[in-house]
Design a protein around this ligand. Structure first.
Ligand SMILES: [Zn+2]
Ligand SMILES: [Zn+2]
Length: 341
C-alpha cells in the first residue's frame, strides 16, 4: 500500500512537471507557429502562386485561405476561452465581427443568452446545473472544467493547447476548429500544387537554377512540414468534428465512454442530453443555420459569439440531464485525486 502510494505521488509529481513544461513552452510554440505560417505563405506566393493558371480566378481564394489561417490563429490565441469569473460578453461591431443577419428582427445575430427560453425552431434551452470546483472553490456551471495549467475553471472546457498557449473553451473553440480546417486546406494545396517545384528544388528535374526569393532549402523544409501537418492535423480535425457532431467536448467524449459502460452494466442506454442530432449540433457549434449567423461566416475570417454564454445549454426534448448516469455518478475533475490509493 505504501509502495502504491509512493508510485502514485511520483506520477503526480511527473504530471505537475509536465503541466509546468506545457505552460512554459506555450509562448515558444506560438512564436514558432507564426514564423512557420509566415514562411509558408512567402514560399507559396513566391514559388507556387505564379505557376497557377487563370491567376485572376485562383489568386482571390488563395488570399482568402491565408487571411482565414492567420486570423483564426490570432483569434484562438487571443480570445480568452471564457473563465467562470468573467461576466457575459457582448458581440461588438466593427470590421472583424460578423454582422447581423438580414431580415432578422426575430433571429437577430444568432446569439441567445441565458435566461431566454429557446433558439426558436423548437430548440429547448435550459439553465446549467451548478457544481463547486474543489480546486478553486468557485461555483461553476456544468460543462466547465478546471485547467491545471491556467489554474482556473473554463466554460465548456475542451483542452489546454500549448500550440495556442491557452485553453480551448466556449469562446475560442469555433476559431480553433476553423484554424485547423484552414491549416489542412492550405497545407493540402501546398503539398499538391508545390509538388513539381519540390522536385526542382531537390535537383530531380531539368532546372538550372532556383530563381526565387526564398532559398530552396526553406521551400523543401516547408514542403515536408506541409505534408506531415496535412495528415496529422487532418486526423485531429476529423476527430474534433466527430466530437462536435456528437455534441461532446474532448473531456466529455472520455467521460461519456465511462457513462456508457455504467449504463450498459444496468442494461440501460446512455443518452447525451446535449445531442440534438448531427446537423443541429454542427449548426449550434458554428452558430450558423436558421437560428444563427449566415453560412458565409465559415469562409470569412470573422469573429462570432457562441450561441450561449455557457450558463445555459440546448437540450434534447424531454431531457433535463443525461440518461443512463445517475446523480452523483458523474465524473469530476477531482476524481483523479479521490482515486488515490
Ligand atoms: Zn476550478
Ligand atoms: Zn488552460
Amino acid at each position: 500500500m505504501i509502495c502504491a502510494r509512493t508510485i502514485f505521488r511520483c506520477f503526480r509529481w511527473l504530471e505537475r512537471m509536465g503541466d509546468r513544461v506545457t505552460g512554459a513552452a506555450g509562448p515558444f510554440f506560438v512564436g514558432l507557429a507564426v514564423i512557420l505560417i509566415s514562411l509558408g505563405t512567402v514560399c507559396f506566393f513566391d514559388v507556387i502562386q505564379p505557376t497557377l493558371r487563370f491567376p485572376w480566378l485562383t489568386t482571390p481564394p488563395c488570399i482568402l485561405i491565408v487571411c482565414n489561417l492567420f486570423m483564426h490563429y490570432y483569434y484562438v490565441c487571443t480570445i480568452p476561452p471564457g473563465f467562470i469569473q468573467d461576466g457575459p460578453r457582448e458581440a461588438k461591431g466593427g470590421i472583424l465581427w460578423a454582422g447581423e443577419k438580414p431580415n432578422s428582427s426575430e433571429q437577430r445575430r444568432g446569439v441567445r443568452w441565458s435566461g431566454e427560453d429557446g433558439l426558436g425552431s423548437g430548440i429547448k434551452i435550459s439553465k446549467a446545473n451548478l457544481t463547486m470546483c474543489k480546486k478553486c472553490g468557485q461555483t461553476r456551471p456544468e460543462r466547465s472544467h478546471h485547467c491545471r495549467i491556467c489554474k482556473r475553471c473554463v466554460l465548456k472546457y475542451d483542452h489546454h493547447c500549448p500550440g495556442v498557449n491557452q485553453c480551448v473553451g466556449l469562446h475560442n473553440e469555433r476559431h480553433f476548429v476553423m484554424f485547423m480546417a484552414y491549416l489542412v486546406i492550405s497545407t493540402f494545396c501546398y503539398s499538391v500544387l508545390g509538388y513539381q517545384k519540390m522536385l526542382g528544388a531537390l535537383g530531380l528535374t531539368f532546372m538550372f537554377d532556383w530563381p526565387y526569393l526564398v532559398p530552396s532549402l526553406a521551400y523543401i523544409l516547408i514542403y515536408m512540414l506541409s505534408v506531415v501537418l496535412c495528415l496529422a492535423v487532418g486526423i485531429m480535425l476529423s476527430w474534433h468534428l466527430l466530437g462536435v457532431a456528437a455534441a461532446e467536448t474532448s473531456v466529455e467524449s472520455q467521460d461519456h465512454d465511462v457513462y456508457r459502460k455504467i449504463a450498459k452494466s444496468r442494461n440501460d442506454t446512455f443518452v447525451n442530453s446535449y445531442d440534438l442530432g448531427k446537423r443541429k449540433n454542427l449548426e449550434l457549434f458554428f452558430n450558423i443555420g436558421p437560428t444563427g449567423y449566415p453560412w458565409y461566416t465559415l469562409i470569412l475570417p470573422l469573429r462570432i459569439m457562441p450561441y450561449t454564454d455557457g450558463r445555459s445549454w440546448a437540450r434534447r426534448e424531454g431531457f433535463e440531464r443525461h440518461r443512463g448516469v445517475r446523480e452523483g455518478e458523474e465524473l469530476t475533475d477531482e476524481d483523479d485525486d479521490e482515486h488515490a490509493p
